[in-house]
Design a protein around this ligand. Structure first.
Ligand code: SF4
Length: 772
């Protein structure tokens, strides 16, 4: 390739195809159906070929089959159909099992700066990385490095730090339980709790809020509860794109008369109409209407809306004393009700209606539906967690659920829907910067060492530590840290200040291009591939959103003979860092993953007979105290909590922006430039605005604009976006990430959980000076 003038790798590519105006077409009115099947088939056959692709998909999410690397939606407990996957799941698997390869030749051809000018979609499309690669200090190109040399280099850097706390060890939600347990053991044996993970950026607010209110940070329902619920509230979530098989559960519930309420700033096709892709006889019809009630909140209007519904419930109780609230549940199992109810009565309707953007009539409808339903499930996702008041959002849902005793009974409960396949399991395995003392005690006893006790750095504080050169080595087990995190330019500067950045990866991404002084890419096996160790082929386990732990085994030949498994990479690192001094039989652990599971059984509660139960088809449930109405809160009771209404004092011309995914991406992986459920094609650099806001601010539909975010007197800018007039509440805006992560201030995060406030970004919009 020819040399470029500007040799500094770009944090955002802004390639010509990305900057071209998107086509705005009519929005697909139905999710699923034939279109989903054809899209899944097209992507799979294109990436994997028809025979290999079909064989793999038939194993996907089957008992003892291959685990989908996508979201964490569970499989049914009983019989499974032959097609236990969705369009997105097919894309995820095909993307991993692609026949395309990123070889040493590729890296010889392309410099890092040249690669950085390619779009994220192009980078991902190049295929699987085949060899460990190093970018040496001052070099323009990655080159091959042997595994032992790579491990030795990392060990040298880690062992030369003044303190283990100068290293950061990130984990993505793809990592299996076995790899995660080994990784946290290695990191704690090394001497730090600096274990940030992707959970810090998504459901941390859920875990924090639930733990404080209920003493337990995971969901309380199983899939079987969806068969019994009378009403399901889906709040701040777009399952049609992010958890598509959830639509199948909603469809079954709907068909037996369950009511569905959708709360979101944007109407989402998936919750409007759905055709089950396997019911081919319905493909030509209009699909089933899912949501009975759509409450179109303003961005971050959820606390106000939930308070409105709860006010209605309390008013109904006053009108019909003893008939509305579950007073027995409140008296026996909770505390703080009087204070909560008192504060709610003093919240004014004017503020509730203004902040939520929902009419009183609709709030009354929602309250009536809630009151008339004996069993209610509440589902939610990032729409609630990524705000300064993310924890308060979750706790208001807990408050609402407790008013009518919607915990500890079949068909009811709380369902934070996790977006990455093992993000919940990784946390169970100890990937957490704030480990509990009893976990550390057991870990230390099991392996004969004293684990560090001081809390480590979460994601936003890890970025700040690297930026301030307090952390100097960054290791990521999976993921695309640069693109997943807020404040992209700041994060890029933070990574560039590191001495060494290391990414364990299957595919190529932008995080490999914005690096420390030296950088390593360590290529690993994917979920679909055979993991052959000394004792034979290995299986691994994951934990889904409903705390089912299940075993999975890859069946495809690895993309390259040079690949190591994630446990193999952790063990390589540990041996290089500790030599013979750690007292842990690392070789024995990687030779047979049963040995890892034996240790997990001894350290993590709920994993009795792990090796036996992991081999049970369909896996096993972890204990869930809330289902038994056991609240580990100190006083044994669930806590009602009181929260102020969040304030957003927007100046004239300002909007509250949320970031979101398109239908053609999974987290930071961009599969294509179409989002048919929002009518956007061949582009992603768009900002969705209300038509009245466009007109009143002197803007135009289709206009090229720059977006400026405002935080504590600082401005950040994202250039070259097209305005799309959309059905979104006034003063609200929506954009796709990772393109607009650049606008999310690293210091703007949720109270207590520190989840970046990516859905509460104050922005203004101005005409772009340059037409592209
Ligand atoms: S619903 Fe989630 S886990 Fe299931 S196939 Fe789709 S992406 Fe994969």
């Amino acid at each position: 390739m020819s040399d470029t003038k500007d040799n500094l790798p770009r944090v955002q590519a802004q390639s010509p195809e990305e900057l071209a105006p998107p086509d705005v077409k009519p929005i697909s009115k139905v999710a699923g159906g034939m279109r989903a099947v054809l899209t899944a088939a097209k992507y799979t056959f294109q990436e994997m070929g028809p025979v290999r692709g079909t064989r793999t998909l038939l194993l996907l999410n089957q008992k003892q089959g291959i685990d989908c690397p996508g979201c964490a939606w569970p499989e049914p407990d009983g019989e499974r159909s032959h097609f236990e996957f969705c369009e997105e799941g097919a894309k995820h698997v095909a993307d991993e099992a692609t026949t395309k390869r990123v070889t040493p030749e590729f890296f010889r051809k392309w410099s890092v700066a040249e690669l950085s000018r390619q779009s994220d979609q192009w980078l991902n499309q190049q295929g699987r990385i085949t060899h460990p690669m190093i970018l040496r200090s001052g070099a323009d190109h990655y080159e091959v490095i042997d595994w032992p040399d790579a491990f030795a280099l990392i060990a040298r850097e880690l062992n030369s730090l003044a303190s283990p706390d100068e290293a950061i060890f990130y984990t993505s939600g793809r990592t299996s339980n076995e790899a995660a347990f080994l990784y946290q053991l290695f990191v704690r044996r090394y001497g730090t709790n600096n274990l940030p993970d992707c959970s810090n950026m998504c459901h941390e607010s859920s875990g924090t809020g639930m733990k404080e209110s209920l003493g337990f940070g995971k969901g309380t329902v199983t899939l079987a509860d969806f068969d019994l619920a009378d009403a399901i509230f889906v709040i701040g979530q777009n399952p049609g794109t992010n958890h598509p098989r959830m639509l199948t559960s909603l469809l079954s519930a709907k068909r037996r008369g369950c009511k569905i309420v959708h709360v979101n700033p944007l109407p989402e096709t998936g919750l409007d109409r759905f055709k089950h892709p396997q019911e081919f006889w319905t493909w030509l019809g209009k699909g089933t209407k899912l949501a009975d009630l759509f409450l179109q909140v303003r961005v971050n209007g959820d606390v106000a809306l939930l308070k409105g519904i709860m006010k209605e419930v309390l008013d109904a109780e006053e009108r019909r004393p003893g008939q509305i609230l579950d007073q027995e549940f409140i008296d026996r199992h909770t505390t703080g009700f009087a204070e909560f109810a008192g504060a709610l009565r003093h919240t004014h309707w004017g503020e509730i209606l203004d902040q939520s953007g929902v009419t009183k009539v609709k709030i009354e409808d929602a309250a009536r539906l809630f009151i008339e339903s004996e069993r209610v499930i509440f589902c939610w996702a990032m729409g609630l967690t990524q705000h300064k008041n993310g924890v308060a959002n979750i706790q208001e849902i807990v408050n609402l659920s407790m008013l009518r005793g919607q915990l500890g009974k079949p068909g009811a409960g709380l369902c934070p829907v996790r977006g990455h396949s093992n993000v919940q399991g990784d946390r169970t395995m100890g990937i957490w910067e704030q480990p509990a003392a009893d976990f550390l005690d057991k870990l230390g006893q099991e392996f004969g060492f004293e684990p560090p006790r001081a809390h480590g750095l979460d994601t936003v504080h890890a970025i700040q530590a690297m930026h301030g050169e307090k952390a100097k080595v960054f290791v990521a087990l999976g993921g695309n840290f640069l693109s997943a995190t807020p404040d992209t330019e700041y994060t890029a500067a933070a990574l560039r200040r590191c001495r060494l950045t290391v990414h364990v990866s299957t595919k190529f991404n932008r995080a490999h291009l914005i690096t420390g002084r030296q950088a390593l890419i360590l290529p690993c096996l994917g979920r679909t591939e055979i993991d052959l160790q000394q004792s034979g082929p290995q299986f691994v386990t994951t934990e889904n959103s409903m705390a089912v732990v299940e075993g999975w085994e890859g069946r495809l030949q690895p993309a390259s003979p040079e690949l190591l498994s994630e446990p193999g990479i952790v063990v390589g690192l540990a041996k290089a860092v500790f030599g013979n001094k750690s007292g842990v039989d690392w070789d024995g652990l990687v030779a047979n993953y049963d040995r890892i599971r034996e240790h997990i059984e001894n350290v993590v509660p709920g994993f009795d007979d792990y090796n036996q139960r992991a081999r049970q088809p369909g896996g096993f449930y972890l204990p869930n105290p809330i289902r038994q109405l056991e609240f580990n809160t100190g006083d044994g009771r669930a806590h009602f909590t009181v929260h102020d209404l969040p304030r957003h004092d927007l100046d004239p011309g300002q909007f509250l922006m949320m970031t979101m995914r398109s239908h053609d991406q999974f987290n930071t992986t961009i599969y294509g430039l179409d989002d048919r459920y929002r009518g956007i094609h061949n582009g992603r650099r768009v900002v969705f605005l209300n038509a009245d806001d466009i007109r009143l601010n002197g803007l135009q539909d289709g206009q090229l604009v720059d977006i400026i975010s405002h935080f504590e007197g600082e401005e950040r800018i994202a250039r070259h976006f097209r305005i799309v007039s959309y059905n979104i509440p006034r003063r609200s805006a929506a954009t796709y990430f990772p393109e607009t992560n650049v606008l999310v201030p690293v210091r703007n995060f949720a109270d207590k959980s520190h989840t970046p406030a990516s859905k509460s970004v104050v922005i203004s919009i101005r005409a772009s000076e340059v037409e592209v």
